[in-house]
Ligand binder design. Structure first.
Ligand SMILES: CC1(C)CO[C@@H](CC(=O)O)CN1
Length: 430
């Protein structure tokens, strides 16, 4: 009966033209989690969790319409899930007017870590700033204190670089120059060369990254005297696939790319065989996910994974976080002879009970330990890789909570075995 059903809304970016269409893998993942939590007798006993979803196409305007429809069509929703930074910004900013907590599984913008604008927002997707403690620790590890930054002029990279600069200053690491470009990096790369930049952080989307590689090749800003840090969530063949969107051949891009280091948030539990709260390991989840993606019609086209495959564990764990928070809230409310069934969009008290429950979330998910900071940000590990002989090798993991590199760290590979210098060393006249 309706009385034992708990409803929440979920907005997925599926058929969009721009932005991230990660709903293609995240919606199937969320459905898998729904089946799993409803099969558990020890979670929300006597209740069934039901998800009402729609497509935002990663468009904030459409998301506002979809959210309005979800809120003004029965049954009433207890909270909202969303993906895409632009959509999460719109939904999280508006939802507070309906006393709804929001959980975003696919939003990386640092701007969302703002409790003033987004008082009831949580994210299972880490902020893009999660790379920065790792970037700084790598500089310290290899003894570099003079670095440069090259970034695309996009909001997510601008605010990430501001956080990176603050962290570098705190560790007395000099940022000799910060170059940005809209779509053509040629002049920015020329300025890096002019300033004799050797250790360079690159923050841009993958299409721009290919253009940067080509400029690195043409301007000879690669090889044994340079260390480039790129973002690690581009697809593995991002610099070898045959698309002629740059003036360089794949071989030239590969030459320029050799040796670069990447950082990325861990979204699949690093121990793929570890049992998680659902009883499944990440490997077992992946098998079920592939079947679920096919059943939802997002075929693994010419076995290319649909967009959002990497983030699917974040959506799966988001539904678990909802179930566990509502379960905890139910317990709290029953002590006061109250229940979630008395939630309304004007009821601040129950919103606060759910917020407190979500705020104290901590469980082992498919994406690793799920826990939130005081701004609702996902606390996550990062993975460090290096491109060696054309393929990515994992160097290790960085635990950003205690700021340590995990146990089995593999040292980086340097041409002629020498760590590149961060500046030209003027040898004194002997
Ligand atoms: C790692 C990435 C690709 C960063 O963008 C996220 C989407 C967004 O922030 O809009 C999805 N995950």
């Amino acid at each position: 009966t309706e009385s034992n059903i708990l409803d929440f809304g979920a907005i997925f970016p599926i058929k969009g033209k721009g932005g991230w269409q990660g709903g293609q893998a995240c919606l199937p993942a969320a459905k898998l989690a729904l089946d799993d939590v409803n099969a558990r007798k020890d979670i929300l006993p006597g209740y069934e969790l039901r998800m009402h979803s729609n497509d935002s196409q990663c468009d904030p305007g459409l998301a506002a319409l979809v959210m309005y429809d979800l809120l003004y069509s029965d049954p009433q929703k207890l909270m909202l899930l969303a993906g895409c930074s632009t959509v999460c910004t719109t939904v999280a900013e508006a939802a507070k007017m309906w006393n709804l907590n929001v959980l975003c599984y696919g939003a990386s913008s640092p701007a969302l870590s703002d409790r003033q604008r987004f008082p009831y927002l949580f994210r299972t997707h880490p902020s893009a700033t999660v790379h920065n403690p790792t970037r700084v620790e790598l500089l310290i590890k290899y003894g570099w204190s003079r670095v440069a930054i090259l970034q695309q002029a996009e909001e997510v990279f601008i605010s990430t670089v501001e956080d990176l600069e603050t962290r570098c200053e705190a560790k007395e690491i000099e940022i000799i120059t910060r170059q940005s470009f809209i779509s053509d990096p040629a002049d920015a790369v020329k300025n890096l060369k002019r300033q004799d930049a050797r250790i360079i952080f690159g923050l841009f989307y993958v299409v721009a990254a290919r253009k940067v590689l080509c400029e690195m090749y043409k301007q000879q800003l690669y090889g044994k005297s340079y260390v480039w840090f790129f973002i690690g969530w581009y697809e593995d063949d991002w610099f070898t696939k045959m698309v002629n969107d740059t003036a360089c051949t794949p071989e030239q891009l590969k030459l320029a790319a050799e040796g670069h280091i990447t950082t990325e948030a861990v979204m699949w539990n690093e121990d793929r065989d570890e049992k998680t709260i659902s009883g499944m390991s990440a490997n077992q989840f992946e098998k079920k996910l592939n079947r679920a993606i096919e059943e939802n019609g997002f075929l693994l086209k010419e076995n290319r994974r649909p967009e959002g495959y990497q983030e699917a564990p974040l959506a799966y764990d988001a539904v678990w976080a909802v179930a566990l928070a509502l379960n905890k809230s139910m317990g709290e409310l029953s002590k006061k002879r109250d229940s979630l069934k008395s939630f309304t969009y004007t009821n601040e008290r129950i919103r606060h009970v759910i917020f407190q429950a979500m705020n104290s979330t901590e469980f082992q998910g498919i994406s690793g330990k799920v826990a939130f900071s005081s701004q609702g940000d996902r606390i996550a590990k990062t993975q460090v890789e290096q491109l060696v002989n054309g393929s990515y090798q994992i160097l290790g993991y960085h635990n950003t909570e205690n700021n340590t590199f995990d146990g089995n760290w593999t040292d980086a590979y340097w041409i002629d075995g020498k760590i590149p210098q961060d500046r030209t060393i003027i040898m004194p006249e002997l």
